[in-house]
Structure formats: C-alpha cells, structure tokens
Design a protein around this ligand. Sequence first.
Ligand code: ADP
Length: 587
Amino acid sequence: MTDPRSGVPDRRTGRGLRVPPPVGVRLTTRQRLGATGGIAGIVMLLGLLTYGGIASIRSARANVIATHRSIEATQSVLQDITNAETGQRGFLLTADERYLQPYNSALNRLAADTALLRGFVGTDALQTRQLDSLSGRIGVKLAELAQTITLMRTKGADAARSVVDSDGGQHAMDDIRGLLRSIAARQQNLLDQRIAESDRYYLIVEVIVVGGTISAVVIALMLNTLLTRFANAQADAARRLDAQNVELSDSNHKLAEQTVELELQNQQLQDQAVELESQQLHLQEQASELEMQSEELSSTVEELQQQTVMAEEARAVAEEATKRAEEANRAKSLFLTTMSHELRTPLNAIGGYVDLLALEIRGPLVDMQREDLRRIKKSGQHLLSLINDILNLAKIESGQLDLNIREVPLASVFENVDTLVASQFNAKGISYVYPRCDPTLHVRADSDKLQQILLNVLSNACKFTDEGGLVTVECDADGVSESSNPESVAITIRDTGRGIAQDKLEKIFEPFVQIDRHLTGVSQQGVGLGLAISRDLARSMSGDLVAESVAGVGTTFVLTIPRANGVSAQRSSESARGSTDPISTAP
Ligand code: ADP
C-alpha cells in the first residue's frame, strides 16, 4: 500500500505506483453535457423546423385544395342553374314532363352546392356578401323557372313564353354568372397566393432539410474526427497501460525478489547481531583479562626496568671486561708474535747447524747420526711450521694480517699447488684429479694466501685418505652450484677418506681442534690450526670455506673466492667448457 503521507509505494505488493491518466482523452462533465446537449439541440431544432415546415406545407396544401374545391363549387352551382334552365326550356318546348328531370336534379344539388360554396368561402366578408347576392339572384332565377313551368302546366306554352320573354330570368342568370365569375376569380386569386405560400414553405423545408443534412454531415464528420482522436487516444492509453502493466509486473517481480533478499539480509543481520553479542561478551571477557594482563604487565615493566638497570650495570661490566679482553688479546698477540720471532731465530739456527752437520763439514757421520740429524731437521721444520701457524692465527685475530689482494689467474694457482702436493699423493698411492682452468679466469685474492688455503685442504685430504683413494678438485666458474653465485668462483676439493661425523663438522674450523686424533699416524699429526687459519683467510678475502662430509665415505670442502671484475661468468664458463679437461695424477 502507499504511505499516505509520503506517497511511497508498498515494496512488497507494488501497489500505490501512480499510473498517469491518458493525455487528451478525458472530457469534463460540462464538456460532455455541452457536446451531447449541443448535438441533440441542433438535431431537435432541425426536427422542429422541418416539422413546422411540413405542417405549414400541409396547411397551405389544404387551403389550396379547399380553394380548388371552392372554384369547382362555383362551377357546380353554375352548372346546376344551367341544368335547371335547360330542363325548363325542354319542358316549355315539348311539354313533356320527362324533360324536367335535369331541372329537378339540379334543384336537389343546388342547395347542397351552394352550401358547400359558402363553406369554402368561410368568413371572407366580401365573398359572404357576394354569396348573399348570389343566393338572392338564384332565388329570383329559380322563381322565374318555377313560374314558367307552372304556367306551362296550367296555361300553356304562350303564357310561359311571355314570362321568358320578359328577360327577367335572363338578367338574373347574367347576375348569377357574373357573381360566380367574381367569386371564382377571387378564389383563383386566393389559389395563386396559397400555391405561392405552399411553394415558399416547400422552399423553406428544402432549405431546412438540405441545411440540416449538411449540418448533420459536418457534425458527423466532427464527431467522427473527435471519435477517431478519442479512439486513438484510447488505444495509446491502452498501449501505455499495457506497457505500464508489464512494467508494474516487472517491478512487482523485482520487488518480490528484493523482499526475499531483504528478508535474507535481515536474517543475516539478526545472526550477525547474535554473533556480535557473543563477540561483545567475549570482548568484555578479553577486556577484563587484558586489564589483568595490563596489571601484570605493569609489574613486569617495573621488573624490566629493574632488570634494565641491572643490564646497564652488566653492560658496563661487560664493556669493561671486553676492554680488558681486547687488551689481553693484544697482549697475547704481542706475546705470540714476539715469542714466534724469538722461537724461529734459534730454530733456524738449529736447522742451519743440522745442515752443516749433514753436509759432514764438521766431520764424517755414521748412518745413525745421519738418521738422527734427519729427525732433528724434520722436527725443527714441524716446529717451525707450527710456530708460523700460530703467528698467522695471531695476526689474523689481531687484525694485523697484511693481504696483497689483486687479480690472480686461477690456472697458475692450481699449477703451483699441484707442484707442491702431487708428490704427496703419489707417495701415498692416492689418485689426484685437478682442473685445467680457463687461463682467463681470475679471482680477487692474495695469491700466497689462496695457495696456503688450497695446500692446507689438499694436505688434509691426502692425510685423511687411505692408499688407493681419490681426491678431485673442481672449479665451478658458472656459479651453478648451490653454494656459489655468479660473483664468485667455487673450488670444490672432494676426497674419499674417512669422513667427519655431522656433529663435528663445524668444530673442525675452531683452533686446536682435531677429530679422532688417535686414528691419525704420528707422522701426520698437526695441531688443529690449518682449517681455522684457512677459513679466516678465506673470509678475510671476502670468500668462505665450508665442509660437507659423510663418515666413512669422504669429505668435501668448498672454497669460494670473489671473481675478478671485468671477466664475466658467461665468458669464463664458455672458455672453461672448451679447455678444462681435468688433469689426473695417477698414484
Ligand atoms: P690438523 O690437520 O693440523 O689436525 P686442521 O685444522 O687442518 O688441523 O684439521 C682439523 C681436524 O679436522 C683434523 O685433525 C681432522 O680430524 C679433521 N680433518 C681435516 N680435514 C679432513 C679430511 N679431509 N678428512 C677427515 N678429517 C679431516
């Protein structure tokens, strides 16, 4: 339904939607009454005029007929008089009574015809007077006729003729004829007037009929136009109504759908309201919980503030300790450097004297003495290398290590290293395979330190691989291995030695750590500094050294060194693919 105040239609039923009235179709009651009454009035007026005209014609026609009859009546009266005279003349001539037959008949008709004529003349004063005169003259004539007849019967023909010859009857007859002509002429005149009047009425009626017909045709045409417009307007209105009906049914349909949708939304809103209520309850619980937590937090914050104060104090202590440790470290490095220098001088002297003795400059030696000197020399060298390692480590840790970083051709590094280690692998019966590197492949490194790292790792591979084993070196210049990137070169040293347990892998890079020392021969013993120094050196040159191993299967070390600028990975790898057949050293 429509909201009476707002005029908004009911969305559920669609009722209340306003349908506009058809334009130009509706007439007001006054217009309708005016149109209908006007037409009826015109028709009625025409009818009345026509009726009046016809009535006038009928009246005029009756007058004309009456006039005709009155003229006929004058002729009948004259005929009656003439017949009576004719009968009288025949009787006077023949004395035969049979000749009086017309006379008697005329007498019988004359009264009636005279009365008829008087009736037609009516109230016309002149004619009434003429009729009165006529009646008098007819009376005279009839008396003359009757007299002659009576004389004929009683006195004979001569008596009768004498009366006739007196011309009294003839004069009466002439008067009668004159009066009747006058009456007839006047009647004829009346007849002409009445015919003219009748013709006028006919003309009027014709005008009314023709005018009425034309008016009727015009009114009919106007009515037809109006009705056509009305019918067209009605048809338009019907079409619009149909369209509006369709629109309304569509609207109803849509409204019904919207109603269903609204009900669904309403239901959802109700569900959400319920959910919101429960969430509100939950939030209230959480709020109270949060309040409790807030209180706890406040106390925690207080605790933390206390701890922060304590931490500040601890940090100050730690800074003090760090300072002391750094001083101690510097003192240690200074001590190690000094001690290394002090130890190397006598060791070198010992080595020199051992050489002098071995060359038998001081006198000939026996075999046992020669063997002793060899052992002294070897122990001295071992001690010297140990001292060098300690000195290196000390320098690295104290940041005093001098590095000569430059672009180094990797191929020459491998050749130098091969020269130094090939004999070791041969002596121990281990196969050694190393790559023939692309001559254009350069790395940014200190050449000596890079060689030192490779020598150390390869020496370990030789040391911890049994006879018949295999040691391979691969050079990944493409940056395709997982552990490398295009900006660096990855050198992989893989052996088939005893391997290292997983949990010990990271420990081997710590100083002075040796795994399963008892398994290593005395001659091969080190001090556990090689890998620590090697990783530190690699990292000092922006590279790294990592290890993977499976105990009992073998160990793999991957050394990454920055690639030299200006030599692209692609070019290096293309060159490498074309010329890096590995070099194998059979045991
Ligand atoms: P050193 O060799 O002088 O003992 P390193 O630092 O070079 O000291 O090596 C530390 C330890 O790591 C070695 O003692 C050894 O136990 C282990 N190690 C190193 N390289 C290998 C290898 N290739 N195979 C098995 N173990 C190894």
